[in-house]
Design a protein around this ligand. Structure first.
Ligand SMILES: [Zn+2]
Length: 453
């Protein structure tokens, strides 16, 4: 009996995940107890529970997804033999990698088994998962995944999928491997970096359209292109850096200037794109995987442990604990100061990192002053306690970059300030809510009494 049902259980597990945990196994056993043939019982269960499985589009992919279904057309596929690693049991020795696309985008995949299709074919993958590989999202097809060829589907034809449509900057994400876009250059700088032991010229800067800003790097020269230029980019690569997509212009990327006539039809001009970013609600920031150069404001609801004076490795800048760097071993640490605070604006909360220059400003003490406090106080948490006392409840605006991960939104501030005009409005609002506006008519007196220090 067991031998008869084992393959069915295996198939159910592959299609539906852990069937013991979810109670699906119990349902299956119940059907068998009613003398339903195993084959029929399996079909019934698949019909009943299979519908609950998530079917995702390429644009929905994010890191660490498990057990979902996806349908796409193979744009590219190749195989490579893997060298057996020492000390590792002989596993699969071939890896198939390529690009899968649907109408929402394209994603790189890797498969440990041969796929039932080649370039141009549509495949359905059940029990697929994603992982991060070189900071990029990769669709993974494992031993447990079920892959079948789909002969009739609504996925656009190969020719249509191959010509990537132009994307707005806000829609560019970790799942994109190649994009086309039209944007203007907000910032641009030249520098030399060592690449494989040779000094190479690289241009880096910031691109903007009416939806967002993104950093870019060019490994090729950009003749005639400067700050203010509006350019069309075709076939740029997307690289992820600290959770943020960055547009890479490489030798195969086509970069051209957009003519005046065409530029007039765009939804942005250099002037509109160069304006300071508008204040966003934290809720909105939290709805995106990452955002570059945005502004938010809120109250500091807590200062996180790890804030205050820290020691960094002089080689790699990693935080050093007990004079020991994770990579460089015993080192003489360099003192630094940082603040990690949770900012809440009523729509959501995010963890904000203030590097030293900003930490000194919002704390009101320099690193040296904080060090004096650290050495003069018997409590080793003196600086942290002082930070909590001074910052908790403060209303701050921050401008910088956000990325959304397992632990919520982390925001790295590049500038921070107390929004004063906003403060006046908020004081009036607060007095009104407290019923004090009649007691202090005009509320100008109260406002004058507020100290920002
Ligand atoms: Zn180090």
């Amino acid at each position: 009996m067991d031998e008869k049902i084992a393959p069915h259980l295996e198939e159910l597990t592959r299609a539906l995940g852990d069937i013991d945990k979810t109670g699906i196994r119990a349902e299956f056993d119940k059907l068998l107890a009613f003398h339903v043939p195993p084959e029929v019982a399996k079909e019934t269960i698949l019909r009943k529970f299979g519908g609950k499985r998530k079917v995702l589009k390429v644009k929905d992919l994010s890191a660490s997804l498990k057990n979902f279904e996806i349908i796409g057309r193979i744009l590219d596929i190749g195989e490579k033999a893997l060298r057996p690693q020492e000390g590792v049991q002989a596993g699969p020795s071939k890896l198939y990698t390529g690009v899968l696309a649907d109408e929402t985008g394209s994603v790189m995949f890797s498969s440990w088994k041969e796929l039932p299709g080649s370039v141009g074919d549509v495949i359905n993958i059940k029990n697929a998962y994603t992982r991060l590989w070189q900071n990029r999202i990769r669709l993974s097809i494992g031993e447990q995944s079920l892959v079948s060829k789909v002969s009739d589907s609504s996925i656009p034809q190969l020719s249509e999928l191959s010509k990537t449509s132009a994307k707005k900057l806000i829609d560019i994400g970790a799942a994109d491997f190649s994009v086309n876009t039209v944007a203007c250059i907000l910032r641009l700088s030249h520098r030399e970096v060592p690449v494989r032991g040779k000094q190479s010229k690289v241009i880096s800067g910031v691109l903007a359209d009416e939806t967002a800003r993104l950093p870019f790097t060019a490994w090729v020269e950009l003749p005639g292109i400067d700050i203010g230029s509006i350019i069309r980019i075709e076939g740029a690569q997307i690289r992820m850096f600290r959770g943020m997509p960055s547009i890479n212009l490489i030798s195969s990327t086509k970069v051209s200037s957009v003519g005046v006539e065409e530029a007039e039809k765009l939804a942005f001009t250099f002037e509109s794109a160069a304006k300071d970013p508008a204040l966003l609600k934290i809720e909105e920031i939290a709805s995106k995987d990452s955002m570059f150069d945005v502004v938010a404001a809120g109250n500091v609801v807590s200062v996180r442990p790890g804030s205050g004076i820290i020691s960094r490795c002089p080689e790699c800048s990693r935080v050093v604990l007990k004079a020991n760097c994770r990579v460089h071993g015993k080192v003489e640490g360099v003192r630094d100061m940082r603040i990690k605070a949770v900012l809440d604006d009523g729509t959501g909360a995010m963890s904000v990192m203030f590097p030293r220059e900003l930490a000194e400003v919002i704390y009101g003490k320099t690193l040296e002053e904080a060090e004096q406090l650290m050495f003069s106080d018997i409590s080793k948490d003196a600086v942290y306690e002082d930070l909590r006392r001074i910052l908790t409840g403060r209303y701050l605006a921050v401008r910088g970059n956000s990325s959304n991960g397992e632990y919520g939104v982390s925001f790295v501030a590049e500038s921070a300030w107390v929004p004063e005009d906003d403060l006046a409005v908020r004081v009036v609002e607060l007095l009104r809510r407290l019923g004090l506006d009649e007691e202090y008519p005009g509320s100008g007196v109260s406002r004058g009494g507020i100290s920002l220090a």
